[in-house]
Design a protein around this ligand. Sequence first.
Ligand code: N2P
Length: 348
Amino acid sequence: MKKTGLVFIVVLMVALSCAGPQEHPYEMTDRLNFYNWSYYIADETIPGFEEEFGVRVRYDNFSSNDELLAKLQAGGSGYDLIVPSDYMVEIMIRQGLLEELNFDNIPNIENINPRFRNMPFDPEGRYSVPYQWGTGGLGINTRYVTEEVTSWDVLWDERYRNRISIIDNMRSGLVPALIRLGYSINTTDPDEINEARDLMIEQKELVRTYSSETYIDLLKSGDIWIAYGWSGDIYQVARENPDVIYVIPEEGTYVWVDNMAIPKGARNRYTAEKFIDYVLRPDVGAGISNYTWYSTPNDVAKPLIEDHMLEDPGVYPPDEVLENAEFLQDVGEATRLFNRAWNEVKSH
Ligand code: N2P
């Protein structure tokens, strides 16, 4: 009897120690499930990692922070690596959706510009590593829009009926209206949010599509003449259609930084940390920025960025433009108000 009990305990201990690595998978695995924004990586980034580390990467795309959050909240996404924006990192930390990172596996964190470390959304920098940053602004097709555009007002200009696209999500979507009204993009005042909603509803009859992804092709083809979108996306269009330019409106805009993070319970954590470290290498980081036209937070990668990008104030805006640009922040309870306002714009 006694002996059977002992055997049972030994078997149990062996079983538990086998289960260990699954709960704390701090070893290289042969899989990585990576969920990133669309149009946000260089062609060679993933194949380079796969070849060097013998890992197969499943790569899927999303086009808004809300889509990413919904996927994580639903559970069982299977993703090991995600790229939430600043304010969404804050929300995910608060909801317990992220793993703490083991920086022993990410020594290249040293390459990140100190300005981008320990930002307010992750004050101790325990959960996130900056990936790329950029601004919101206007993509203008100068073949059809021949006047000089300097203001968000153009989104309300009747002459461009059916030639306008707007970013499709509750926080970014309301930005042009909030800025035009002179309010903070992080307002929690219901009246201000509703005023912004009304302004976007007023503008709606001019809108061809609400999109954070397909607008790229529509701007390229000339179907859309004015796109409210993100800097790198619009520069990627301009690379193929030289009539297109990127404009940061003079009233100001918003700036963001997207960050690599690991979802709670991810199976391939160590592999994800190795991938993060790989992205932080100067050549890999610069490869991504040179391809996407987004801005790098990596000081060591910066010398490898193409000169014309470094010199372009749309890609690396001067300090006075950045000082006049807010980051989106987690607005807590007021998220509900933004959600409702945006649904009302969309369903109007
Ligand atoms: C890439 C968009 C990333 C910018 N298409 C949004 N934070």
